[in-house]
Design a protein. Structure first.
Length: 435
């Protein structure tokens, strides 16, 4: 009986034919391009493919995960780059008493914080062009003008939605007396992953983030950038909605800050994978498939108590990661769990993570069909903790793609590390040519 219930729960996370989802995604892409109703967007970046020969010293900012990172990046051409200085600070620090993601903070506070970090990275006496990777939906009318459409990933900072991020940043830099730093490019993190990948490999036709959030950008052959070449467009793929949902997905969505939105993101990204697992676990406990937790201060009753790393440890073979899982289980009231209870948790964790990999593979199939490059190879540059760090995730995406690709071209995945910073520098180098 218990096995049967577990099987039914796992079945809820099985993906309907990958092809059907890929086709639905392709249909939404087409609709967005022709401005028909669609859960996808086609947000222009005003940038095209880099040549790989971009050179110079830039300040690059990565804003969009749990930390803000500022780097001085030297592009050396031939797809080579070096990082000369870097700084990283959390957006929320309980010890230091600030939370830039809460409604009590404003966009001005956010960018004052960023400008202070920029000052620490600068070499005195230099003039710099700056690229900012800002990982939220923005509407752009030029590469350095970007109005924030809405917050995603559960951010609530006030007085920012509807404002131009370029203006907020420029004002904050001026207020700090940093007139020698000129923001020239503001890009989404998917565009940054694309730039970082395409800087080294001309087969890259799309960029994606599989991390705290999820999204994809691609080259759109029918839209020219100021260079005259096809433009990179941000799809805000996390909002893709033509998906089969189960009652856990619906519950998670209902309790989120933006019900009805970011449906794909809520099934695949690091912000939500652990929360889905937590909802299933509460249900398993209620249905007596696993024992109730012991009373403990770190109760899993609180939303978002389970991070995606827990699902990662469940898939790991290494003794170190198994040890981490055991210590997490003890700290959260599951010290009494037997091997067979832990096996149930693993089965659920794997089903949630595998579904994410299948869904992402389906969207990559759709995108790579549309965004051709000249040769036979087509590559998607992918950054983000889910893709880079969850054991077996990238391999599953790859296997699903290999199984379903039909065209004469091959679709490859290119892991990108630190794409947001390198990509911001490459974008700044490209943008300055059109100034
Ligand atoms: C969210 C944002 C999107 C970003 C993605 C990855 O989906 O809306 O702009 O690219 O997270 O960080």
């Amino acid at each position: 009986m218990k096995d049967h219930i577990l099987k039914d729960i796992v079945a809820l996370f099985q993906v309907h034919p990958v092809k059907t989802i890929a086709q639905a995604f392709a249909g939404e892409l087409e609709a967005a391009l022709h401005r028909r109703e669609s859960s996808l967007k086609m947000l222009p970046s005003y940038l095209s493919r880099p040549t790989g020969e971009e050179k110079g010293d830039y300040i690059a900012i990565d804003f969009g995960g749990s930390n803000v990172r500022v780097m001085a990046v030297s592009l050396c051409g031939n797809g080579r780059s070096t990082i000369t200085k870097q700084l990283s600070r959390p957006l929320v620090s309980i010890e230091q008493g600030y939370d830039l993601t809460s409604a009590a903070s404003t966009g001005r506070d956010m960018f004052a914080f960023v400008a202070e970090m920029v000052e620490e990275v600068l070499a005195k006496g230099h003039r710099y062009q700056l690229g900012l990777t800002f990982s939220y939906p923005m509407e752009q009318e030029a590469v350095d003008r970007a109005r924030l459409l809405e917050w995603t990933k559960e951010i609530k900072t006030s007085a920012t939605v509807g404002k131009d991020i370029g203006v907020l940043l420029t004002e904050a830099l001026k207020e700090r007396g940093l007139g020698q730093v000129m923001p020239v490019a503001i890009i989404n993190d998917t565009v940054a992953a694309f730039m970082a990948g395409a800087y080294v490999d001309p087969a890259v036709c799309a960029g994606s983030i599989c991390g705290t959030g999820h999204n994809t950008c691609c080259i759109e052959p029918s839209l020219p950038a100021p260079s005259g070449l096809p433009m990179v467009v941000n799809l805000e793929a996390g909002n893709f909605a033509l998906l089969p949902e189960n009652h856990y997905d619906r519950r998670l969505d209902r309790l989120s800050l933006d019900p009805g939105k970011q449906r794909l993101e809520k099934m695949v990204s690091g912000k939500y994978l652990g929360e889905l697992f937590r909802l299933v676990l509460l249900d398993l406990i209620e249905q007596q498939l696993v024992p109730p937790p012991q009373r403990c201060p770190n109760s899993i009753d609180k939303p978002y108590m389970v991070g995606a790393e827990v699902l990662s440890w469940m898939r790991a073979e290494s003794p170190l990661l198994k040890e981490r899982l055991n210590s997490w289980l003890s700290q959260h009231g599951f010290a009494h769990y037997q091997d067979h209870d832990i096996a149930v948790l693993r089965t659920i964790g794997n089903a949630i993570v595998d579904r994410a990999a299948y869904l992402i593979a389906a969207t990559f199939l759709a995108v790579s069909e549309r965004s051709g490059t000249s040769g036979n190879r087509r590559a998607v540059a992918v950054d983000g903790s889910v893709f880079l760090h969850i054991p077996g995730f990238a391999e599953t995406v790859e296997t699903v793609i290999r199984k379903h690709q039909e065209k004469p071209h091959t679709v490859e995945l290119m892991p990108v590390i630190d794409g947001s910073n390198l990509g911001a520098a490459v974008a700044a180098a490209q943008a300055k040519r059109y100034k």
